[in-house]
Design a protein around this ligand. Structure first.
Ligand SMILES: CC(C)(COP(=O)(O)OP(=O)(O)OC[C@H]1O[C@@H](n2cnc3c(N)ncnc32)[C@H](O)[C@@H]1OP(=O)(O)O)[C@@H](O)C(=O)NCCC(=O)NCCS
Length: 223
């Protein structure tokens, strides 16, 4: 497998989250004279019955075609996200690994209007929207998805495949477990752990650890 070429993407999913992602990819300029790099195709399991395009990117196959698109030098990004299926992003990653997709096929997308500390890390397959801030010594793990204006303070960990919706605020040393979902505007107190596959409702103020798989909401957040 060749390394994915810069600016050539394959987005998984034809939902509205994928449409947002395709739209953001159009903001990225590769090379001084290259102009917008929006060379994007999309995959969706409804194909050929589903949508023909996602925000202008043609849908060219089902998710199983990801292996072929990766061999063609496209970097894969998953636009798939929902709060109903626990760890949905990792479910897709595992499915594609089972079809032979190597981890190196996944791209990483950090929008140029995000600010990532040079001492923070962002893992492969992660997607970082505009306005996101990731502070010193924070860690965004593989396949995490950070929507508009999410803030990750110092030393916090955004677990593998977890989703931070728009405006989520993680204070310092917060730990978000694998596959967790934090709804729009949720706020998490410093040092608190949100367990793997937990679901935090929009607007919640999380002051205590959230057990694995729990659903919490409100101010302060409760089950
Ligand atoms: C918390 C959540 C998971 C609950 O979903 P649900 O089980 O379908 O809940 P319902 O909509 O049936 O509401 C159940 C009750 O909880 C209340 N409720 C729902 N979400 C709430 C929230 N975030 N905070 C406080 N109360 C909430 C409802 O008003 C309702 O109260 P009632 O029984 O007194 O009428 C969901 O509302 C949520 O916040 N999801 C995240 C949404 C989001 O951020 N989307 C971003 C997309 S990019």
């Amino acid at each position: 497998m060749t390394a994915p070429a810069a600016g050539r993407w394959c987005v998984l999913g034809a939902g509205r989250g994928s449409a947002e992602l395709v739209d953001l990819l159009g903001d990225v300029v590769v090379g001084a004279a290259a102009g917008p790099s929006a060379d994007v195709v999309a995959l969706d399991d409804q194909h050929p019955k589903g949508p023909k395009d996602v925000a202008g990117a043609p849908v060219v196959g089902t998710l199983a075609a990801a292996v072929v698109e990766a061999q063609r030098g496209r970097a894969l990004l998953s636009g798939i996200a929902n709060s109903r299926t626990k760890g949905v992003r990792l479910v897709i990653v595992d499915k594609l690994a089972g079809l032979g997709l190597p981890p190196s096929a996944w791209g990483t997308f950090v929008h140029p209007a995000a600010r990532i500390s040079p001492r923070a890390t962002v893992g492969r397959g992660a997607i970082v929207y505009p306005g996101v801030q990731v502070a010193v010594d924070a860690r965004v793990e593989e396949h995490a998805l950070l929507y508009f204006n999410a803030v990750v303070h110092h030393d916090a960990v955004v677990g593998r495949g977890s989703i931070l919706c728009a405006g989520v605020l993680l204070a310092g040393h917060v730990q978000v477990g694998e596959g967790a979902y934090l709804g729009i505007g949720a706020v998490v107190k410093d040092g608190v752990t949100v367990g793997a596959n937990a679901l935090v409702g929009m607007g919640a103020v999380v002051t205590k650890d959230v057990p694995e798989g729990a659903v919490v909401k409100g101010v302060p957040a409760r089950t």
